[in-house]
Design a protein around this ligand. Structure first.
Ligand SMILES: [Mn+2]
Length: 248
């Protein structure tokens, strides 16, 4: 049996990433996959990109990884572009859209936001047809011998696992900018890697406290634009500190 950690949405938050990597290594897990959104909204995009490249065997592209390479007049985005520099921006722009692999007889598909696009957002309570569309082959995902049994994605910064008929949908949450609770999030899957034969398989969501004060201090010291909104998000786990709009 082998375990794989799946992380996502680090967003330039190095203290959160270091806490998660420490947690993964303390469990003896050697393989890490990443679902994208490495840069922005925090101050340490370059350090995050360098560390993720070193530690992760697979990295798929997020919406920030794509648009950070586009010309913009938005001061906040330009600031993050300057932190990254050309080589890292090129690397992010050219990340693959999705990644398929087998474990314990299940086909797992990884992508950032949806099977359609890094910009198409699917939430835990999006219409059922949108959630089921996560398991369909598209031009972006390419095809496979069957539809994926399990999809793992990021983007919404809100961790959950749902069983939808025969399909399992898992959002691994966000390492650096969680919008459910104020602790870093990631997932662990365990099974027989590269095996098409059904056998024991498990999937777990993990939450890791990290030093939020230190993360904010780094942003302040770097004189990061839109610091106030960032502080509200890290301290409240609500987008821009707005009230929680999820109706259960
Ligand atoms: Mn994100």
């Amino acid at each position: 049996m082998e375990r794989i950690a799946v992380i996502s949405d680090i967003h330039g938050n190095i203290p959160a990433l270091e806490s998660v990597l420490q947690d993964i290594s303390s469990k003896g897990i050697k393989t890490i996959y990443c679902l994208g959104d490495l840069p922005g909204k925090g101050p340490n995009s370059a350090e995050v990109v360098d560390l993720i490249r070193k530690k992760c065997e697979v990295i798929v592209q997020g919406n920030w990884d794509d648009f950070i390479g586009n010309p913009t007049e938005v001061e906040m985005i330009r600031w993050h572009q300057e932190q990254l520099g050309k080589e890292r921006i090129y690397f992010l722009k050219n990340l693959p859209f999705s990644f398929d692999f087998w474990i314990s007889g299940k086909l797992i598909r990884l992508f950032h936001a949806s099977a359609e696009s890094v910009y198409k957002r699917v939430r835990a309570h999006s219409p059922l047809e949108e959630r089921l569309a996560m398991f369909v082959h598209t031009e972006m995902t390419g095809t496979a011998e069957r539809n994926p049994d399990v999809v793992m994605y990021g983007d919404i910064h809100h961790a959950f696992i749902q069983q939808l008929s025969k399909y399992t949908l898992c959002n691994v949450g966000s390492v650096g900018n969680p919008l459910d609770i104020t602790q870093a999030s990631y997932a662990i899957i365990e099974g027989e890697r590269n095996s098409k034969v059904p056998s024991s398989f498990s999937m777990t969501l993990v939450r890791v406290p990290y030093d939020i004060d230190y993360a904010l201090q780094l942003a302040k010291e770097a004189q990061m634009p839109e610091y106030d909104a960032y502080e509200k998000e890290l301290r409240t786990a609500r987008y821009r500190g707005l009230p929680d709009l999820i109706q259960e």
